[in-house]
Design a protein around this ligand. Structure first.
Ligand SMILES: [Zn+2]
Ligand SMILES: [Zn+2]
Length: 358
């Protein structure tokens, strides 16, 4: 079969190549990939900053944001059968840590987890893959056009879920949420928070006429252009948010976000910032703010399978309330042979997908 591969840690080594078809053993399921989503992690691997091949291979099949259809299945506990649409989760457990032993791979403490298309396991930018049914999420046919957004949505579902879990420390009735950043993760966060009934704002640098701003509005959030208003003035205009989701990819924003929180508020950090910036910050003021307001700041990565399942439920309700709004995030569909139009290029739009089969 054809697959899109890189040599990890070699910049610009991406190529389409023939690799052996994956062999299915019971109770595994063979999936034909329909499309894969592209994100900053794929770009980082392409740049040679990240990525690890599976043991015994010198290349890695890229791709972690995925959507496909079951091609072959034997008897399996999940009841998956040919023709079912599925999205695969990404992370697999290590063999040693307590969290992985309890199915909490997203909290792996040994660091020896693997991730499909990223770390030690081949990904989904291939014609087929084989997977254990326990890692496959069944997708209702009516969600087939947007299901490729489920993997990035699971990241946001986890962040929001854990914010609410943490806030069980008190009686908490959040009214307002602020999302920093209008990339795919920020916009998906806005969609989920608005669907929970929170007054939701998205703040980002794009102009108010940008498609990202329009997408935020059609998902039920209000958009604030940070060219028109400074970060420090933001709470004066909109009030202090109970929950802030940081998804800009810029670490400097984190410290401003810490100072915006309402009393007893929570800040969830989702940006993986790969740089090495060092800058002065008003540490006494920030510390005092965090203490006097009982604030919580926490980081969140990856997701539990239950967050994928919650994502499916939320997609169904968002589609009912705002038909077509999630679809607007999928701005560019490339036939997968045209991968070179995305990797190493200046990019526009919100989310680009590689269309692998029909
Ligand atoms: Zn991604
Ligand atoms: Zn582990």
């Amino acid at each position: 079969m054809k697959a899109l591969t890189v040599k990890p840690h070699v910049k610009d080594s991406i190529q389409m190549r023939d690799v052996p078809d994956p062999a299915r053993r019971n109770p595994e399921v063979k999936v034909r990939v329909i499309r894969a989503g592209l994100c900053g992690t794929d770009a980082d691997i392409y740049e040679g900053n990240y990525g690890e091949p599976p043991p015994g291979d010198d290349f890695l099949i890229l791709g972690h944001e995925n959507f496909g259809v079951v091609e072959e299945a034997g008897q399996n506990d999940a009841g998956l059968k040919p023709g079912d649409f599925v999205v695969s989760t990404v992370r697999r457990p290590c063999s040693k840590c307590l969290n992985c032993q309890h199915g909490e791979m997203d909290f792996c403490s040994s660091g020896e987890y693997t991730e499909r298309g990223i770390k030690g396991r081949h990904g989904f930018m291939a014609e087929y893959y084989v997977e254990s049914p326990q890692y496959l999420i069944k997708i209702p046919p009516e969600l087939q056009d947007i299901a490729v957004l489920l993997e990035p949505t699971s990241i946001v579902e986890k962040g929001i879920d854990h914010a609410y879990l943490i806030q069980r420390r008190i009686t908490w009735q959040p009214q307002m949420a602020l999302v920093m950043g209008a990339g795919p993760v920020g916009l998906l966060a806005a969609a989920l928070l608005a669907a929970r009934g929170l007054r939701t704002f998205v703040a980002s640098l794009e102009a108010a006429t940008d498609p990202r701003a329009e997408a935020a509005q059609s998902l039920g959030a209000q958009y604030l252009c940070l060219k028109d208003i400074s970060l420090t003035d933001l709470p004066k205009q909109i009030g202090a948010p109970d929950l802030v989701i940081e998804a800009t990819g810029k670490s400097s924003v984190v410290f401003a976000a810490m100072q915006m929180l309402a009393p007893n508020g929570v800040l969830c950090l989702l940006s993986v910032t790969g740089g090495s910036a060092i800058r002065p910050e008003p540490t006494d003021v920030i510390n005092q703010d965090l203490v006097l307001r009982n604030s919580v700041v926490f980081g969140s990565v990856n997701a539990h399978p239950r967050h994928f399942k919650k994502g499916v439920e939320d997609f169904e309700s968002i589609e009912k309330a705002r038909p077509g709004a999630l679809q607007k995030l999928l701005t560019t569909r490339l036939p997968w042979e045209e991968y070179g139009k995305w990797f190493g290029q200046k990019r526009s739009g919100i989310k680009t997908t590689l269309e692998i089969s029909r």
